[in-house]
Design a protein around this ligand. Structure first.
Ligand SMILES: [Zn+2]
Length: 71
């Protein structure tokens, strides 16, 4: 039996090009990998999404957003 838990994390993204700022809430799925460590997969409403720090596209201008902080 593996342990898993889901933690909601809200990240703030900032676009360096158009300076739009937006927040996105990710589900961080922590799953025990059996070696005493936990692996994290990122999901949005159950769907796999890229990690929040992997330069998500800006919803305003579609350029990759850079500065990302967790709240
Ligand atoms: Zn932008």
């Amino acid at each position: 039996m593996k342990d898993s838990c889901v933690v909601l994390e809200t990240w703030t993204h900032h676009c360096a090009l158009c300076h739009k700022e937006w927040e996105h809430t990710y589900e961080a799925w922590h799953v025990d990998n059996g070696c005493g460590r936990s692996a994290v997969t990122w999901r949005d409403h159950g769907h796999l999404v890229p990690a929040p720090w992997s330069d998500p596209a800006c919803p305003a201008c579609s350029s990759p957003a850079r500065a990302v902080t967790a709240r």
